[in-house]
Design a protein around this ligand. Structure first.
Ligand code: PEP
Ligand code: MG
Length: 292
């Protein structure tokens, strides 16, 4: 099995009839890049930037972030790297932000909501990302989006950051930008959202949680948490159709993207990219290469 999978290294992920899918990998730290390269992923489809913020006593400054992002971009040597902006709150708490206790943290003050509410934190991350974009093939992705208004506000903030960098004569590039589709609201608004962004990445972990109204952390509900639920699959189809209507690419970066029982279905649905744990890159590629 392992030897067979080795044969898929250095190959494209393309079906027998010639449909090419990008198989990327998910990572949560700079050191994970070694596994991405070892498993021959075509890029990084989800880099969870939380690692910079968790397990410490204060916010990481711009240069610390810039150095981490640049390092990953350079190690990936021109391959695409999708970095997700801060997605804390809910299960990932950080004391120094004083977020406090909430009755419904999964539906609470988290991710892009914190960034839009506390733009200084967001702008520091964006400055680091725009500066790092000069060193490789970066894309930025925003989590927990529910509306067109949020995407427009993000656009304004990015413009402001770019203007400030211009004034300071600091070199930067504005990279490709996309949103995570992980709320039913984003699915329902996918056509409108697609007009404003370069790509979508479907976060099936949260999308399943919010579609089925089942806490993804509550193990008592494991038998009800079914990401194969037809409602979830239809959400995925609607998102793909919304993106393609405006010529944008769409991927899956939640756990479901690595479920090889569904790979063929995703390809039939029109998915462009699957971003999976590094160890699942070759199994997913072999599945794609074996299908019509
Ligand atoms: C998801 O929700 O599917 C996702 C990829 O993000 P996270 O698991 O980090 O919430
Ligand atoms: Mg999520």
């Amino acid at each position: 099995q392992k030897r067979l999978l080795e044969n898929y290294k250095g190959r494209e992920s393309v079906t027998k009839s010639g449909k090419k899918i990008h198989v990327f990998a998910n990572i949560g730290s700079v050191s994970d890049v070694a596994y991405v390269l070892e498993n021959d992923a075509e890029g990084i489809g989800l880099f969870r930037s939380e690692f910079l913020y968790l397990g410490r006593s204060g916010l990481p400054d711009e240069n610390e972030q810039f150095n981490a992002y640049r390092q990953v971009l350079q190690m990936m040597a021109g391959k695409k790297v999708v970095i997700r902006t801060l997605d804390i709150g809910a299960d990932k708490n950080v004391d120094y932000l004083g977020l406090g206790q909430e009755d419904n943290p999964a539906m609470g003050y988290r991710a892009i909501r914190i960034c839009l509410e506390q733009p200084d934190i967001f702008k520091t991350q964006l400055r680091a990302l725009l500066r790092a974009a000069k060193y490789g093939n970066l894309a930025i992705m925003y989590p927990m989006i529910i509306s067109v208004e949020e995407v427009k506000s993000i656009g304004e903030i990015v413009k402001e950051v770019a203007r400030e960098l211009d004034e300071e004569k600091v070199p930067y590039t504005i990279p490709e930008q996309g949103v995570m589709v992980e709320t039913p609201a984003a699915v329902m608004m996918s056509e409108e959202l697609a007009e404003l962004v370069d790509f979508f990445s479907i976060g099936t972990n949260d999308l399943t949680q919010y579609t089925l109204a089942i806490d993804r952390q509550n193990s008592k509900l494991d038998r009800f948490y079914n990401p194969h639920h037809e409602a979830v699959l239809r959400m995925i189809q609607k998102t793909i159709d919304g993106a393609h209507k405006h010529g944008k690419w769409v991927g899956i970066c939640g756990e479901l993207g690595a479920d090889t029982a569904l790979t063929e279905r995703f390809v039939q649905m029109g998915i462009d990219e699957l971003s999976v744990a590094p160890s699942m890159v070759l199994p997913v590629r072999s599945k794609i290469c074996e299908m019509e």
